[in-house]
Design a protein around this ligand. Structure first.
Ligand code: SF4
Length: 285
């Protein structure tokens, strides 16, 4: 039986970023109508971790909305990682905290973080169209730093920003060059506050992007995850993402948008004959 890896996200700091990524409602520049807070109470994050584990999630991702890590964020994420590890040691902790140096990543690793997620987002060439406050090269460099400290690398991107087919292939080739364990594919979720107003991806086009991703990334990538934008992009055809190569999904809510009720995802996995992955199913534990 094929097993699907489930990952849950905790937005441990929300909507406080000064960067200007045009697809991101967490930027303070666009004044999107989202919840904003500096630090979620650790006791609440631990409760979310317990719920995520009881819902079948194996990955639990601690996300902060800033360009990168400073001492305050580093200390907070480490405190959260230690608290969650103590209460729910079965979860594989992922940190997603923006650009990071080798020594910051080593500190996270020492605190119990197993993997680091930093997305390339799009091609190097197209990146300047969607962000003017930092370069794509910083994103690539952080991913290289993740590999240097021996954390598992999770890096992916977002489709539907108005990028060309060439940009998509270029992004996927850059991702492949970093040899990640897991690749999250996000699909743009429009928000009226955001300056980006691209044409919406059709379901067939979005499914073909999963297939192209699988073809370019190859079988060395352990997990191809359909992450943000699944519901809004695939609607009642979410079953089909697995035929095209996805073997991982986010369960529950995303950073600033709601996912569908988890019971619908379980019903989908059961109907399709899939199991839910546990740590024993990881090639690369
Ligand atoms: S750096 Fe990250 S959190 Fe900040 S605006 Fe860009 S994508 Fe959003």
């Amino acid at each position: 039986m094929e097993k699907i890896f489930l990952c849950a996200i905790s937005n441990i700091n929300s909507g406080t970023c000064n960067e200007d990524c045009k697809f991101c409602s967490q930027s303070v520049k666009f004044k999107a109508d989202i919840e904003r807070y500096k630090q979620k109470p650790i006791v609440d994050i631990v409760d979310e971790a317990k719920t995520a584990y009881s819902n079948g999630a194996l990955g639990f991702c601690l996300v902060t909305a800033n360009k990168g890590i400073d001492d305050k964020i580093l200390n907070f994420v480490c405190d959260v990682a230690k608290a969650v590890t103590k209460e729910v040691p079965q979860l594989r902790l992922i940190a997603c905290n923006g650009t990071a140096s080798v020594s910051q990543l080593q500190t996270l690793k020492d605190a119990g973080i197993k993997a680091y997620n930093h997305n390339l987002e799009t091609s190097e060439n197209f990146y300047k169209e969607i962000c003017t406050t930092h370069p794509w090269s910083e994103r690539y460099e952080t991913c290289q730093n993740v590999n240097k400290v021996g954390l598992k690398l999770i890096t992916g991107g977002i489709f539907g920003l108005g990028e060309s087919d060439e940009d998509r292939v270029s992004m996927l080739e850059s991702i492949k060059s970093l040899n990640p364990t897991s690749v999250p594919l996000n699909f743009f979720h429009p928000n009226p506050a955001l300056p980006l107003k691209p044409k919406k991806l059709g379901v067939d086009e979005a499914l073909s992007l999963i297939r192209i991703s699988k073809e370019i990334l190859g079988d060395d990538i352990e997990r191809l995850m359909v992450a943000g934008g699944r519901e809004i992009t695939f609607g009642d055809r979410q079953d089909e993402i697995f035929e095209y190569g996805a073997n991982s999904i986010v369960i529950g809510n995303y950073l600033t948008t709601s996912g569908r009720d988890k019971s619908k995802d379980y019903e989908m996995l059961e109907r399709l004959g899939f199991g839910v992955a546990t740590s024993k199913d990881l090639k690369n534990a």
